[in-house]
Structures are given as structure tokens and as C-alpha cells.
Design a protein around this ligand. Structure first.
Ligand SMILES: Cc1cc2nc3c(=O)[nH]c(=O)nc-3n(C[C@H](O)[C@H](O)[C@H](O)COP(=O)(O)O)c2cc1C
Length: 196
């Protein structure tokens, strides 16, 4: 007899990367997360590119309107159930491109409100951990709700190599940890929405 797998409600995750560089390890984490999600019932992850966003300048806003790239970005965040941040650490904090994207989507009406979120990071000694704590602090005001566990900080420079030259994750044990983050984000999103 075939096993019957109960369909879960689809959770739409918007995945953002704070690094703009081509071979970004953090974007590599998102690519892996998308691959992993294909094997998770009810989880759909879309990568949202923040590179086209202009630097925030409120002079670019009209009466509740925004430049086209910002409008598109805000709509995608609004439509998502939860957010996956891949947040590199620049000088002990979040990167300027990520903060810029966060600020655009916070302009009234704030489109981050009441969404679940998870943070992963790859970087130097602390694996980007300090950017994660700053991001959590920013998220308080935006009304984002972060999963607490599991934590995911990856030291990208400690051998053996975790990424190839294109920023693709090549370490299977890290892939497993990433999967645990996604399962936790899915469960927390469903709980927040009263569906579990
Ligand atoms: C301007 C700048 C500041 C940085 N500051 C830090 C830092 O404070 N802590 C850290 O662990 N790595 C720091 N790094 C190194 C990045 O974490 C590292 O380059 C990482 O690979 C960037 O992520 P990406 O691979 O996704 O681009 C910094 C890099 C740059 C360009």
C-alpha cells in the first residue's frame, strides 16, 4: 500500500542575500536552501535580488508610491509568509545593501510586519554572527519574528573548504544544518499563522 502524505499549507519564503558579489557564499547558502526546500513538503523559497534597489532617498517616493524596483521588491515581501535572510557581516553589522532593502520595505505601510524569519550567515571568525544580532535588533521594530533555534553561523574560511569558487556550498554536513533551519522556519511560520 502506498503511504499517504498529508499536504501541508504552502509557506512562501522570500530569501534575501546581503552580499552583492557574484561568488557570494551567503547567496550560495540560499541556492542550497532552495534545493533542500524541493524535498520539504509545503515549503517554497524564492530568491529576491536586492541589487536593483536604489539607495534609499525619500525624495524618490510619491504619495504612497515608490520607484518601480522598490515597488516590485515591496510586493514580493508583502506576498511572502516568511523571510530567509542570508546576512554577511560587514564591520560587525549587517551590510549596507541589506539595510537599504530592509529600510525600503519598512516605509509606510511596513511590509515586514508579523512575518516569521530566519537568519543564516557565512563569514569570518564568528561566521557572520554579529550581523545576525544586529538584524534581530532591527527586526524588533519591524515586527519580524525570528526563530531562535537552530542557530546557523558558518566560518567560511576555516578548512576544509565549505564553498567552491562560485560560492556553491559543497559541505554535506552544512547542508543538513541548513535543512534544520528551514524545517524550524516552516514550523514557526505555521504556528504564527495558527495553522499548526
Ligand atoms: C567591508 C567589509 C567588511 C567586513 N567585515 C567583516 C566583519 O566584521 N566580520 C567578518 O567576519 N567578516 C567581515 N568581512 C568579510 C566577509 O564576511 C566575507 O568577505 C564574506 O565572505 C562576505 O560574504 P559573501 O561571501 O556572501 O560575499 C568583511 C568584508 C567586507 C567587504
Amino acid at each position: 500500500m502506498e503511504a499517504v502524505v498529508a499536504a501541508k499549507p504552502i509557506i512562501k519564503v522570500a530569501a534575501l542575500c546581503g552580499s552583492l558579489r557574484k561568488g557570494s557564499y551567503n547567496r550560495g547558502l540560499i541556492r542550497s536552501a532552495i534545493e533542500i526546500s524541493k524535498g520539504i513538503n509545503g515549503l517554497h523559497i524564492e530568491y529576491i535580488d536586492i541589487a536593483p534597489l536604489p539607495m534609499l532617498n525619500t525624495d524618490l517616493e510619491g504619495e504612497g508610491t515608490f520607484p518601480p524596483a522598490v515597488e516590485t521588491f515591496r510586493q514580493k515581501i508583502k506576498a511572502a509568509d516568511s523571510i530567509l535572510f542570508a546576512s554577511p557581516e560587514y564591520n560587525y553589522s549587517v551590510t549596507a545593501p541589506l539595510k537599504n532593502a530592509i529600510d525600503w520595505a519598512s516605509r509606510p505601510p511596513n511590509v515586514w510586519g508579523d512575518k516569521a524569519a530566519a537568519i543564516v550567515s557565512a563569514g569570518g571568525g564568528f561566521g557572520g554572527g554579529r550581523s545576525q544580532y544586529h538584524l534581530r535588533q532591527i527586526g524588533i521594530y519591524l515586527d519580524l519574528h525570528f526563530i531562535n533555534k537552530p542557530e546557523f553561523f558558518l566560518n567560511a574560511f576555516q578548512p576544509p573548504a565549505k564553498f567552491d569558487g562560485d560560492g556553491n556550498l559543497i559541505d554535506e554536513s552544512v547542508n543538513e544544518k541548513l535543512k534544520e533551519v528551514l524545517i524550524s522556519l516552516q514550523a514557526f511560520t505555521l504556528r504564527l499563522q495558527g495553522k499548526q
